[in-house]
Every structure is written in C-alpha cells, then in structure tokens.
Write a new protein. Structure first.
Length: 66
C-alpha cells in the first residue's frame, strides 16, 4: 500500500469480509483477476489474506502524472 503522508499519488482500497459458517473462500475468476491482471496492468500492490477471522484484501494502485 502507499504509505499515508507519502508524496506519491495513489489509490488505496481495503475490503474485509467475515466467512459464513462452514464456507470456503472461492478461488475463481475474481481472485485471478485481482491477483494477476490488476496487479500486472496497473502495477498495483495486492495483499490477500484469508484466515479464521475472514478475508482481507488491500490494493494500492499508483497513479501516473498526466
């Protein structure tokens, strides 16, 4: 993620989700899109963590100067 107070321009997104009882996290098109395509095409910093507390996704996308 782009650190707070940094002079670098960027867009940050964080998402957290708690699991339903007995549900497993899908590893489908959406996760491939985030992990491969988004990171490669935008040079985004993508962090995905899944554990007993839930799923957490943080995405930091650097913005280019015009």
């Amino acid at each position: 993620m782009i650190p707070r107070g940094s002079q670098a321009a960027g867009l940050g997104l964080k998402r957290a989700r708690r699991p339903a009882a007995g549900a497993a996290y899908p590893v489908g098109f959406g996760m491939r899109l985030i992990n491969r395509i988004l990171a490669a095409q935008t040079r985004a910093d993508v962090d995905v963590a899944a554990d007993a507390d839930g799923l957490r996704i943080s995405i930091g996308i650097p913005l280019r100067s015009p």
